[in-house]
Ligand binder design. Structure first.
Ligand SMILES: NC(=O)c1ccc[n+]([C@@H]2O[C@H](COP(=O)([O-])OP(=O)(O)OC[C@H]3O[C@@H](n4cnc5c(N)ncnc54)[C@H](OP(=O)(O)O)[C@@H]3O)[C@@H](O)[C@H]2O)c1
Length: 344
């Protein structure tokens, strides 16, 4: 698929560096509360934000070039249903513009997260991790999102080397000092994410956490939790890659499709793939991610106006039973190859 390829091309330009217990009585559950919609809310690290466990991931609407009317409907209905985290990025094509146009007038009802470090605007395209580049990226996001202040701006998966160089972090810190963003974070995986956590300079981590991407569960999530960071699970439903009988034409979904074909989870194979309930593939996948200690919010991507309500209903089923979490972990440990690192 053309648009998927575009997304893959973008991700290939990013750095891919380096190679559970149940939630039931954990620290997170004592910090959790239910919103009026009945959807669980969790404290977002040490910040002042209480976030609904199901957020919205803005990549799909950008890369799939969703219609403005569809995004209006999708985000309007989700906000009505209890959504309070919207995540996007500077380079998800028109995602920021679509979000700004659809819900800027309801800005007080949600926490707005974006990412910085790239522009897709000609003539200057691609990454820019200089201090000035980061600041310009944030200015552009403020305009496109039609807001005076963003709640969280994250470095959009710069490499470990860029993090160590430090200019991009200085740019982000300056933006916070100038009041353009309230909090700052790192979005990325593997050793770069580990370095970002250990640096102590970020309020949050956004990283891939799902049934087909479990490197973070030992490498970074416990560290982020110990540091009191907010944790955003990206790709939290594993791109729903079990949907495809054959290798998907959207190459962004191929890696997880291949992994799932080897993992052969019972709930993501055969007829059970299509079970729309909380014990079907979508329900188990999201509940597995939500059950990991330290996770604050799952930002599932979608272009479908009814999806947020459907997924929030699945998450209302609550934590996955301990035995099921352990079975998924055991399967991963038995099958995962060393190169199955966190997917950017
Ligand atoms: N480097 C980075 O910082 C980075 C990288 C990747 C992602 N992200 C962030 O994470 C967000 C989520 O990642 P993602 O969109 O790549 O992956 P994802 O949320 O794991 O998967 C999204 C896909 O799952 C499908 N889906 C959702 N709910 C479903 C259900 N109940 N049943 C079947 N299919 C379902 C959606 O299709 P439908 O349209 O049919 O609902 C969509 O194609 C992104 O939007 C972005 O904000 C950040």
């Amino acid at each position: 698929m053309k648009r998927g390829a575009t997304r893959r091309e973008f991700l290939c330009g990013l750095s891919v560096v380096g190679a559970a217990a149940c939630l039931s009585q954990s620290e997170e559950s004592t910090q959790a509360s239910a919103s009026s919609s009945g959807l669980e809310r969790r404290r977002f690290g040490k910040t002042d934000m209480q976030v609904a466990i199901l957020g919205f991931g803005g990549a799909e609407i950008g890369y799939e070039q969703a219609e403005a009317a569809t995004v209006d409907k999708l985000l309007g209905a989700a906000l009505d249903g209890g959504l309070n985290v919207v995540d996007t990025a500077e380079c998800y094509r028109e995602s920021e513009v679509l979000i700004g146009n659809a819900i800027a007038h309801r800005r007080k009802e949600f926490f707005l997260f974006t990412k910085c470090g790239h522009t897709s605007e000609p003539p200057k395209q691609g990454p820019d991790w200089s201090k000035q580049g980061v600041l310009q990226s944030i200015e552009r996001s403020l305009k496109r999102l039609k807001t005076d202040v963003i709640d969280l701006v994250q470095l959009h998966s710069c490499s470990l080397a860029e993090l160590q160089k430090g200019e991009c972090i200085e740019g982000l810190e300056l933006a916070r000092k100038q009041g353009k963003t309230r909090y700052i974070g790192y979005s990325g995986d593997s050793l770069a994410a580990k370095w970002a956590i250990e640096s102590g300079r970020f309020d949050s981590l956004q990283t891939s956490i799902n049934i087909a991407d479990q490197e973070c569960l030992e490498l970074t999530l416990p560290l982020a939790r110990a540091k009191g960071m907010g944790v955003i699970a990206k790709r939290p439903i594993a791109n729903a890659a079990w949907r495809y009988d054959e290798q998907p034409s959207n190459d962004y979904h191929v890696e997880y499709w291949k992994r799932l074909s080897e993992l052969k989870y019972d709930f993501a194979s055969g007829e059970r793939r299509n079970d729309p309930g909380p014990d079907g593939a979508a329900g188990v996948a999201m509940r597995f991610t939500a059950t990991q200690p330290g996770v604050s919010v799952l930002i599932v991507g979608t272009t479908k106006p009814t999806r947020w309500a459907q997924n929030s209903e699945l998450l209302r089923a609550g934590a996955l039973p301990r035995e099921q979490v352990e079975a998924i972990r055991a399967r991963w440990k038995a099958v995962a190859r060393p190169e199955w690192v966190g997917q950017t």
